[in-house]
Design a protein around this ligand. Sequence first.
Ligand code: ASP
Length: 439
Amino acid sequence: MNILITAKFGGTSLADASQIKKVAEIIKSNPARKFVVASAPGKRFSDDIKITDLLYKCHSQAKNGEDFSATLTKISERYAEIIKALGVDFDIDSEIAEIKTKLQSGTTPDYPASRGEYINSKIIAKFLGWPFVDAAEIIFFNEKGLLDENTTFKTAGEKLKSLEHAVIPGFYGAMPDGKIKTFSRGGSDVTGSIIARSVEANLYENWTDVSGMLSADPRIVQNPKVIDYITYTELRELSYMGASVLHEDAVFPVRKAGIPINIRNTNKPGDNGTLIAATLPKDIEKRAVTGIAGRKGFSSIRVEKSMMNGETGFGAKLLYIFARNGIPFEHCPTGIDTISVVVSSELFDRKREIVLREIKNELDPDFITIEKNLAVIAIVGEGMVSVKGMAAKVFDALAKAGINIRMIDQGSDELNIIVGIDESEYNKAINALYDKMIA
Ligand code: ASP
């Protein structure tokens, strides 16, 4: 079988000429990598500025009637440096002049923002000697600004399959009137996924600057293990809880088509990275715990009423009060005569008085207790379902670290165990859980 790979390279992988040369080597080392999606040049060092941010800055300066020429010159100089070091023949001045004209005539921010990937992809295409295909000709949004999946997959598939290779800029597409529209920030990941789906690739490689998704937050746990395999469902749970590796919307196009995603490191191409797939390969044993992630900033509103259990609809009424006030609930553990609703503190604080008043008036509870500064931690793993004593391990790890558990919730799919603890003990809890369940 002929393997076909769509490879997306992120901003740090394409930040300067030496990074682009590494990328070219990666591409050429595997003939299956036929379609490449490129980001705009990202940061070369920690306080560097991304080209996309400079382009947004030009737009806001132009909008405020300020002089944007110095910002535009910075962009132009960065590309000029790349072009020179790669030795390609590319007219950056006319590209920059066009952006300038558009900015002067009052464009939306999407147009200038998209030029970061547009110009970079044209340069990379030249360097590789491959055709450039503009995303505006193959990725389409509908009137509502949502991706027009059918037209996009069909048009992009037909166009790209007629070519041996192509470089496609990430991050944007076209509205029905032809105007450029970008995805949200980090959206080149989404483009990569769309292209992989359109050409019916066997694999979507997402090349970045880390060797895959980590099993815990590296700012909290020292050198956490890289996750070698993860299912889409586990990824969704961990991403929701704060672990980030991909744009959230990048999963859907490939997931529907059963195309796995491989997160790889441009600076360490020998590392296998993380493979994200619908199911794990047969020879891989399901791990009880794949990763740990969490979020701070929750409050728990505990409502107590004797004989609540006999009162039909009590929980529904309570949740409806939150819903009506625009506060989604995260968890809802119940007791015999108590029910707690765990919500974002930020959202709750805005509507606190109204919500409490409505609970009192409509539900006539005996007590309402509010606990603030709650952190929620999810221990996630598809293999958990078949392992006995998982919850015991979690409680033991936290007890040994002297941490009081304030909420427990096990998802009905038995994919995770969720605990609520005091925010001040967050780092300690993550480390204790990591040491016991993953290390
Ligand atoms: N360049 C865009 C951004 O900085 C899109 C991307 O890199 O994915 O958000």
